[in-house]
Design a protein around this ligand. Structure first.
Ligand SMILES: Nc1ncnc2c1ncn2[C@@H]1O[C@H](COP(=O)(O)OP(=O)(O)OP(=O)(O)O)[C@@H](O)[C@H]1O
Ligand SMILES: [Mg+2]
Length: 255
């Protein structure tokens, strides 16, 4: 593994095991390390344990054995250092887009004008400046996903955990949001763990890809496509070669 032997990793998932009561382990001895600023994708078919692993990395679930170490300290509970975006946008319908983005702040303290400015800047970066006062029901699915992404970013978390955030979107909107996400995280130096079951998405976004199957990471790749990524790369031989290799591994894993 590329990070082997490095000093302290940014996020270190060490031999983590998690079992829901009365079941076999759904995360079964996962080791994974991320360095600051890296973008990793976690790939695997439905039910292989991706969401459970992400919740463990967020501190929302506690491993039965092993541990999660974030910037040198063991993670015991969710905190402002981690931004989490669920698969469904889960916006509050009675709040405007702006107030939805400010929710993580409001849960801690009264938002300041600086907080509101930061939230508006995020909405602007994500192409939603004119929708700040709209309510979720007045927004399209893609716009709701952008609001949820802005909400995950508003506290400027150094670690962002995203669970199939664009799964419900059409291909063009999805490609736009992928580029928005890459740019925003690059500008902020955010470290990202991104769950998807879409091979193309994983190859486009990831510096590294981990393939999960039956609660384990069964294969991983370092993706050396040029940064920043550009949509035209999707048509090139290097991109398609990565996709073919990952697909062959998924087929081989029986997924
Ligand atoms: N709260 C729960 N109680 C019991 N079993 C659960 C619970 N949540 C998930 N599971 C089981 O754990 C396994 C892994 O679930 P998980 O949600 O992590 O999968 P996933 O890889 O995210 O799947 P998907 O791609 O469909 O989102 C599944 O077999 C699921 O049925
Ligand atoms: Mg899931």
């Amino acid at each position: 593994m590329r990070t082997e032997g490095a000093t302290v990793a940014f996020l270190d998932i060490e031999k983590v095991v998690f079992t829901y009561p009365g079941r076999a382990p759904v995360v079964d001895g996962v080791d994974w390390r991320m360095q600051a600023g890296e973008f990793h994708c976690l790939l695997g078919r439905s039910g292989c344990g991706k969401t459970t692993l992400l919740k463990l990395a967020a501190g929302l679930l506690k491993p039965q054995s092993g541990r999660i170490v974030l910037r040198g300290g063991e993670l015991a509970a969710p905190g402002p250092q981690v931004g989490f975006m669920f698969q469904a946008p889960t916006l509050l319908d009675w709040l405007s887009a702006l107030d939805n983005v400010l929710l993580p702040v409001s849960l801690q303290r009264r938002p300041t004008p600086q907080d509101a400015q930061r939230a508006l800047r995020l909405l602007d970066q994500l192409g939603l400046a004119s929708h700040a006062q709209h309510h979720p029901r007045q927004l399209s699915g893609g716009q709701q996903s952008r609001v949820a992404l802005a909400r995950a970013l508003v506290l400027e978390p150094p670690l962002l955990l995203l669970d199939e955030p664009f799964a419900a979107l059409d291909a063009i909107t999805r490609a736009e949001l992928q580029d928005d996400l890459l740019r925003t995280c690059r500008e902020r130096g955010t470290t990202v763990l991104f769950v998807t079951h879409d091979i193309n998405e994983a190859v486009y976004l990831g510096d590294r890809i981990a393939l999960m199957h039956g609660g384990r990471i069964v294969e991983n790749w370092t993706i050396t496509l040029p940064a920043p990524r550009m949509q035209a790369m999707r048509h090139g031989p290097a991109f398609n070669d990565y996709c073919a290799r990952v697909r062959a591994a998924m087929d081989g894993a029986g997924t």
